[in-house]
Design a protein around this ligand. Structure first.
Ligand SMILES: NC(=O)c1ccc[n+]([C@@H]2O[C@H](COP(=O)([O-])OP(=O)(O)OC[C@H]3O[C@@H](n4cnc5c(N)ncnc54)[C@H](OP(=O)(O)O)[C@@H]3O)[C@@H](O)[C@H]2O)c1
Length: 309
């Protein structure tokens, strides 16, 4: 039977590169592109089928910042699929990013310079807005829409005899200090992107705690810093081109600079391997290899798979 894979945000960047890579690895996959823009998705579908004619590539139109659209898309998916083997929760936004020049210059002359460049900590602020659902756009797109999607798709994901995996595209920019339970949507702060990615990390831990026993495993990955539509919102493409030699040098000191979406997909594939390890570990615990049944103290850093591409 064909494996069934759903990818959100498959129309560009790392999501698109992932779709190409998945089909290179399995020519007979059923790949479902979950995109908000149908014409972009159609163009991607045609290009993918042209190079992988044996594959089945379908489209589901979904805007993860619109709850009605998420409910409609999940209804459609439940009619079309019996199960989903892998779901890549990848769509994301960082609207109107502003570079904090003061923080950039003070960081340049500090010992934290590599850390600053590889995590963008304190460097970026964003201007968020309210969606038609009355939620913060960054939170709804990056976290909540995806959360509702997986809740709705539970019948396709929870089969204890044949497990499924969720792979979230998180970010090194995720910061606990930007996340607050009293303001879960980060409506009062200026770093909603960082906050939303931290919420994604927490959500993945919670999914594992609550759903592993039902055959669903979750992992979060950071694809590294790549030149995509998202990063071209921070600096124009020509500046990224000029910076490329410097970034190549920085790669000797920090593996976070993956540069291309194709390199970034390595982390997403690593997420699958991490999920498989978790499942095998779980099976060993259940079959008595591990004497202690104490729940491990899950540090988020342990769930964060980053790559050394
Ligand atoms: N680029 C980086 O350096 C970097 C670093 C760490 C993490 N990430 C994460 O990687 C993921 C992919 O980003 P990218 O860099 O590949 O950027 P990108 O090229 O802008 O891709 C974002 C994708 O998300 C889709 N999307 C955005 N809002 C959506 C919505 N409301 N409903 C459905 N789809 C929506 C976009 O669709 P459209 O084509 O219709 O706009 C696009 O396919 C994001 O989660 C991002 O946070 C990126």
């Amino acid at each position: 039977m064909r494996k069934a894979v759903l990818v959100t945000g498959a129309s560009s960047g790392v999501g698109l590169a992932l779709c190409k890579r998945l089909l290179e690895e399995d020519h007979e996959l059923h790949l479902c592109l979950a995109c908000r823009n149908r014409s972009k998705a159609e163009a991607v579908r045609e290009a993918l089928l042209a190079s992988h004619p044996l594959a089945e590539v379908s489209i589901v139109q979904v805007d993860v910042s619109d709850l009605q659209s998420v409910f409609r898309a999940s209804g459609e998916l439940k009619q079309r699929f019996q199960r989903l083997d892998y779901v890549y929760l990848n769509a994301g936004i960082m609207p109107n990013p502003q570079l904090n020049i003061k923080a950039l210059f003070s960081g340049l002359f500090s010992r934290k310079v590599i850390h600053m460049f590889s995590t963008a900590e304190g460097l970026l602020t964003q201007e968020d807005q309210i969606t038609a659902d009355g939620l913060q756009e960054v939170f709804e797109t990056n976290v909540f829409g995806h959360f509702i999607l997986i809740q709705e798709l539970a019948p396709l994901l929870c089969h204890s005899d044949s497990p499924s995996q969720l792979i979230w595209t998180s970010s090194r920019n995720a910061r606990k200090s930007n996340f607050c339970l009293e303001d879960i949507q980060h409506s009062r702060g200026q770093e909603p992107y960082s906050s939303s990615k931290y919420a994604v990390d927490l959500l993945s831990v919670a999914v594992n705690r609550n759903f592993n026993s039902r055959g669903l495993y979750s992992s979060v990955v950071c694809p590294g810093t790549m030149v995509t539509n998202m990063t071209c919102g921070i600096l124009p493409p020509c500046v990224w081109t000029l910076l490329t030699p410097i970034i190549w040098l920085l790669r000797f000191f920090a593996n976070a600079f993956t540069l291309t979406p194709y390199n970034g997909t390595e982390a997403l594939r690593e997420g699958v391997r991490a999920g498989e390890e978790q499942r095998e570990e779980g099976q060993r615990i259940r079959s008595g290899f591990r004497a202690d049944s104490r729940e491990p103290d899950v540090g988020l850093e342990l769930t964060h798979r980053e790559i050394a591409a």
